[in-house]
Design a protein around this ligand. Sequence first.
Ligand code: FE2
Length: 429
Amino acid sequence: MNLQQLVEPDRVHKTVYTDPAIFDAEMERIFERIWVYCGHESQVKAPGDYHALTIGRQPMVMVRQGDGRVQVLYNRCPHRGVQVIGNLRGNTGSAFVCSYHAWSFHLDGSVRAIPLAKGYEGTRMTRDNPDCGMKRAARVDSYRGFVFASLVDDGPSLLEFLGEARVAFDDMCDRSPVGEVEVVPICHRVIQQSNWKFFMENQLDALHPSVTHQSTGISAGRVEKRLKAEGGSAPLYYHYLSTFASSFEQWDGVQTINFPRGHGILKAYMGLRPRDPDTLAYEALLEQAYGKAKMEEHLSRSIHHVLVYPYLSVQSPLQQLRCLRPISADKTLSEIWHFRLKGAPEAIYRRSLWYYNLVNSPATMINADDLENWTKAQWGLQSNGGDWVSFHRWYGDDRVENDVTYSNHGTSEAVMRNQFAAWSKYLTA
Ligand SMILES: [Fe+2]
């Protein structure tokens, strides 16, 4: 595999989406090295609470220990290799117990008991051997309550890795009067029948909404207009949908900012500061907590989407987070989460819930349209109808400053070009 021949500045070879060997290389050189999002601290509140996830191809479990710290372990019994945790989430009490031969482990992964230990005497598998514990992720760290793990000792710190994309978590948390969010512990888990990269490209693709989501956007816009003509006003959630059908000129005016590690920001386009009584009451709470200037700073960040490349899409103003767990070249699990702003009124939470259900849920008219595109993209690229995927739109037009690429046009394919530049760096490192 010669990666240089597969990725050019303005186009990529189709096999980067379809080849199982390239998928394995991505898992090994990217996902199983970088900081991967495990979950939010509020997912594991009490000692023994756990949450299962994958990092690359590795089954892991995030667990709250007795001392309050969050640990991330390989979900594997050191005896015969069985996954110790079979459920997605739960509470394991004070220990993990393997269902096969009842080896048990403390919440930090160290071995607690090997049953019928006499049979192991004189072998290397005795409890003083650290290999008799569940192996830990090499590094675990968190930022504003969001927990990440890396499976290798070397490489950048979590803050270095996040870089400018850390604003995703600042922007979400700063909207709470106490500076914290809490996960709503129900997530949509969707298997996308497509390569993970389609999803990442699509998030900042401002060219597609008024095509892909046209029927929904236009219909919602018509209802909004009718309600207004009848003397009323449409609920805010119609606006969530109608903005998808904004004109090309409007989309072209929304800038993307593209960072060296592939992270990126799509600036705000929805205008999310209505002047209704609920919003005013909420803003009063924020002003009380932070003062007027800070509140304005927090609420006026121009963000719609923040991408933490290569697996996270955060819509911080609406407290949405989607996390990819790639399964194979043509299959990707996406976890779709949303959060509650601690200390904010219920009415503000409902907005987040509406967005979750109307836009990001797999059952909506928006996500379903995207899912169909990605599946058809996978099918198209598996065909012999052509070898290349084009990222030529506004090529050469973007502004680059200190390694950051600012699009002059919102619909520039700078996003994809930048993601593949980062991808190539990871794969050839
Ligand atoms: Fe879309």
